[in-house]
Ligand binder design. Structure first.
Ligand code: MEV
Length: 313
């Protein structure tokens, strides 16, 4: 048997992070410039369940059984095995690489889960439908953080801009007029689970404040959806900045993110916000194509470690 390869994109949340965990809607889009990749190769071994995993980016080189039971990679592999009702796995080496920065709000964990589930199912000769791949990745998301909304695994599995609300079928977004998003990384790693847990604790202590913030974010998401569907890019930019102000009030921004947001707007973006869990990770800015070079340069000068541009269509 020859090797099998699968890949999955990164993602950004355009509107609605954190509120989406509490059942409010959100809008997310895939980012195909950064990707997780999984290659599975047969190995000469005469025992079953000789499964080795290597992920050089995180210095992992391990037998499957040496991974913790709650390790997301192990969860994905065992889920695929259970769904396919296989009592053992054939000997194989699984190689995982990714260009998606970790703990940066770009969905690195969900992308690895989606690519791994796809590659493994294909390797075993039973490709699984997207719906099943999405569910497998969602189970793995639980081990990254206890209460995922499911938006990351969904947008990454379907690789399309979408409107998402927990517990409801996702809806594909009709983008009337393509637009550009500049993504600037603060370089600060911030695991989503920790920020989500902090928001939960703060909400328990101050439910009125947090519920009001989620409600306002939910309204922005509904309005933003209309703007995307009608091609009103300028007002969409203002909504990004409004969403950022609410996330700031929620306590999930940080000095470095605020500086990148202000820098992007000052350099000509229609609007900007943090994206994902916050407290580090990435900032996104909406801009016309003419302004992209100057915004990119300004973000680099302000300390962004990487800047990429993606077109949403
Ligand atoms: C993570 O990309 C977005 C959050 O809303 C968490 C989640 O939805 O699971 C912060």
């Amino acid at each position: 048997m020859t090797g099998i390869f699968a890949t999955a994109p990164g993602k950004i949340i355009l509107f609605g992070e954190h509120a989406v965990v509490y059942g409010y809607p959100a809008i997310a889009v895939p980012v195909n410039q950064v990707r997780a990749k999984v290659l599975i190769l047969p190995i000469p071994a005469n025992k079953p369940d000789e499964v080795y995993i290597e992920a050089p980016d995180i210095h992992l080189n391990s037998h499957l059984n040496q991974l913790a039971f709650k390790d997301p990679l192990r969860i994905v592999i065992e889920e695929v095995q259970n769904i396919l009702r296989l009592s053992y796995l054939p000997p194989m080496r699984i190689r995982i690489t990714s260009t998606i920065p970790v703990a940066a709000g770009l969905g690195s964990g969900a992308a690895v889960s989606v690519a791994l589930a796809r590659a493994l199912a294909n390797y075993l000769g039973h490709p699984l439908p997207d719906e099943t791949i999405c569910q497998i990745a969602f189970r793995a998301e639980h081990s990254y953080h206890g209460t995922p909304s499911g938006i990351d695994n969904t947008v990454i599995t379907y690789n399309q801009p979408l409107f998402f609300q927990k517990g409801k079928p996702y809806e594909l977004l009709g983008v009337e007029k393509p637009f550009f998003i500049v993504i600037g990384n603060t370089g600060i790693a911030s695991p989503t689970g920790e920020v989500v847990a902090e928001v939960r604790k703060n909400r328990e202590q101050n439910p009125e404040k947090y519920n009001a913030l989620f409600e306002k974010i939910g309204q922005i998401v509904l309005y933003a959806r209309k703007l995307i569907e009608h091609g009103n890019v300028v007002d969409l930019g203002s909504m990004l900045t409004e969403n950022h102000c609410l996330l700031k009030e929620m306590g999930v921004s940080c000095k470095e993110l605020d500086i990148l947001v202000e820098t992007a707007i000052h350099a000509g973006a229609y609007g900007a916000k943090l994206s994902g869990g916050g407290k580090g990770g990435n900032m996104i800015a909406l801009a016309s194509s003419e302004k992209l070079p100057q915004i990119t340069q300004a973000l680099r000068d302000a300390g962004a470690t990487t800047v990429i541009t993606t077109e949403i269509r």
